[in-house]
Design a protein. Sequence first.
Length: 330
Amino acid sequence: MFIFLFFVACSPQRINSHHDEIQSNYSNEASSQITIINVHQGDATLIQTDKGRRILIDTGNYFDEDRSLLKYLQTIGVYSLDAVFLTHFDLDHMGGILLFNTGLDENELTGDEIEIKAVYDRGLSDLQLNSFDNQYLEEFNQVRQEVYPGNQLIFDNVFITVLLVNGRSLKSSVTLNPDDENAHTAVYLVEVAGLKFLNMGDLPSKSDLETNHNNLDILVGETSGNVDFIHIGHHGSRYSTSQDLLDLTKPEVALLSVGNNNTYGHPTYEVLNRLQENSTDIYLTEKGNGATMTNTLIAEGNINLKIYVDGSWEITPPQRAFGAELFNNH
């Protein structure tokens, strides 16, 4: 099958990569906005470009009774998405796309329709299809495309690069357990105005066939280099976000989507402690049902990252914070 993607030979040049070089007064002209949408125990990130194009990375939880993603998009008047990137096929990451009613006949329309122009996913390698996967393929097969390591897509001023997928990067690959969907996660690097935002999906630090070192995290970190923001993998599971990853990426800010009533103990002490030891600021959509740290900021809602054309940025203040009052850069 022929797959069409935009390819760019090199990544965009970074500017103002160090925040201490940025003046405290922000530029009046917003370049882009990245919103970690509070979908409770799930994941959905909305990217809005400088020209108004809208891209989602993951689509929330199929079993979210609040239908949080759909309601948020409707609230801000979004009924069309230029692209959706899925990290993998777990229902807390891809399930929300099945609630957009894109496959209904005209006489069945409910008002919950979201037009999706293109969908990018990890492909069907090792995937044991279930009824949800079959519904996804039926509704989106005409617009879906499989991604591969090194693919880069450009949306106005936003660059999205595939760093790792199905255990493969441009540098190397690891053998995966075919039953471990999380390990097949596609990791996306978003670049805008010289800033790097790394979305880890549900990637574990290592394949469960590898016991000696954090091979998956190392593949990501060696490919991405330093980043400014990291969307923490697997809602803060202890099996993600290793010290190797933090050493290689050196994020200034960690963003974490987690639900208050989760039964997994997310976020875990191990992850939050590693981030705190690395002087990384931590922002959560909800408190979750695990550990808290003194530098953890809790939005109890969406986390909005606004990026300006000069590379400065700010994050919408939280409703409640632990051990900090300021919720932006300096």
